[in-house]
Design a protein around this ligand. Sequence first.
Ligand code: CAA
Length: 702
Amino acid sequence: MAEINAVTKLVVQDGIAIITVNNPPVNALAHVVREGILHAAKQAIADDAVRAIVLGCEGRTFFAGADITEFGKPLKAPGLDEVIGALEASPKPVVAAIFGTALGGGLEVALGCHFRVASADAKVGLPEVKLGILPGAGGTQRLPRLVGPEKAVAMIVGGTPVGAKAAFADGIIDEIVAEPIPGAIAFAHRALAENWPLVRVRDREEKILATRGNPAAFEAAAKSALKKFAGVEAPNACAQSVRNAFTLPFEDGIKAERDLFMKLVTGDQSRAQRHIFFAEREAAKVPDMPLGVKAAPIKKAVVIGGGTMGGGIAMCFANAGVPVTIVETTDEFLAKGLERIKSTYAVSVERGALSQDAMEKRMGFIAGTTDWDVIKDTDIVIEAVFEEMGLKQEIFGKLDKLAKPGTLLASNTSTLDVDAIANATSRPADVVGMHFFSPANVMKLLEIVRGKDSSHQSIATAIAAGKILGKIPVVVGNCDGFVGNRMLARRTTECERLLLEGALPQDVDAVVQKFGFPMGPYAMGDLAGLDVGWRIRKHRGVKAPVSDALCEQGRYGQKTGKGYYIYESGARTPTPDPEVIKLAAAKAEELGIMRRNISETEIFERMFYPMINEAARILEEGIAVRASDIDVVWAYGYGWPVWQGGPCFYADLMGAKKIVEALNHYAELTGDAGLKPAKLLEDLAASDGKFESFKVAAKAAA
Ligand code: CAA
């Protein structure tokens, strides 16, 4: 055996050279790996005793892609294209031994090999689009030659990996094997014994020629794949590059791919998406978490309340295969809750996203009861009842009496004081907030609210539970609205003001959507139900003249067919309503507010800058420990477009000075001192500083 370098080994066994790479955690194709593969391949090709080559990995996965941390830095040779070129040019068959996730550059390396075998649970894909780039090592030129440009454009623009079975059916994988390296060796022996021709993927022209002769199906596939990506650079570049695969000769297609890659990787959209990739992983790391704190196992769960949120949370457990029991007050509420869950799953079955079998299996994980005895034997309880402190305290008092020691007691409160809830128990160390976002079975964000007494163990368990449920956990401090809703409240205040001052809901929504949000704030309000905020305002003695008046007229949004917009006969598409403008004008007159034309720029600044200002206060108070945590909250909980990087990333692009100036102007215009720039923002403006500098190193992931 030869050690090629620190991460690469070469063994020759019975005429087969086996190259293995071990670069934890995910065998990213860092410089040292590229160098190792290239040297090993050259050595194997030159060795007369070698008749075929197997390329595989140790650890948890085949190469999961290029090393993303190297992007934006000068490329150190050899590049991946050189490595792939050497493998592809080998006169001896090269077999890739895939397991785990062969992603991005990892799959591109495999496509440079003559053959690919994979274990049954492997996944392969080109997810670069999710990092704001395109596959830059030949993926857009080779994959279409295997699966056809139509399928390739869907895979590359969508970026979602496929399982080994589907990859085998599509011809990406040549064989499914029990063990990747032994399977690849056996495959190589067969290829030699049967003298299989060495056809390089780049030379497989059949599917390319078919599309060249009739590109209509490709254009339809590209259009469908690009539907939800207006204004986003990478998906469009991906589609163009796949188009090049059948309109240009291979070498020209590769060159065009390289040029597009370089343009994207140095652009702001890709920087933003890479920022979110790392921020998401960083957010689960708690800086003061002592080493060695272990999360408690989560084998059984209880959710208190079978309403929309409680049901959605229960579905998360069921989807993860964790048995969960919903506790309700009456059999009637329970039946209603379970029925709602069933019909939500049924919609997925109808859409073909879930099989009937899988639905039944998931329903099998969900039980319901009105008997609180179930609390005695559970690892986690998540309370998801109305936002009413008295009720929550009563429930936590009850949980305290019933739960075994060490059960994690969590509240799904979206605004209330977690310490006040914890103080209703004799074990505040076991209490945390676990704030899910609606619909809970879909939205990825989980705000984990750390009370003043929450123990490290409780935080670690809440993070682990979040990961089991497939969520992105972000640990935040305890304050009104935590990170997300606290910032959102600033935007909501401006929404109300803008209507009074003369803006139209559709104009404001259009500005927010143009930025990349899937929905504007008024359409969002109508979807969520305007009565929710109305009730909270009444409780707090706060007024929002236009929104309050709408609710007084029974206009709660989509569910009543009218809100800020009209929804004709159950439609979900909002239609502007002149009555709302009349109402806003009347309220403005009552309040002596002069209505005027409001520019797109002003709308934009008033939608975004007050939220950025609140983010600065959240950092000042230590409610978020890193600026990037705030970005993760907004990207995964509120639909902030990932290619805009989150509020703090975006503020850094804008520059704090511009934001401070605008905030001072709007504070004066509205007389709202809350719009005055936060001290932290002023300091950033004065020093030309960046939110990016608010980061902390954590010892380890919890
Ligand atoms: N480069 C550098 N670091 C990477 C990485 C990559 N491609 N992929 C993952 N990591 C790091 C993560 O940042 C994380 O680091 P920390 O432990 O320090 O936080 C660690 O590896 C483990 O990652 P996860 O927590 O995500 O582990 P997981 O088991 O949940 O998921 C995975 C594994 C599915 C591979 C996931 O990490 C992933 O999707 N990675 C990105 C894959 C990708 O996008 N590949 C394409 C890269 S771009 C490319 O290849 C361009 C090209 O064309 C040449």
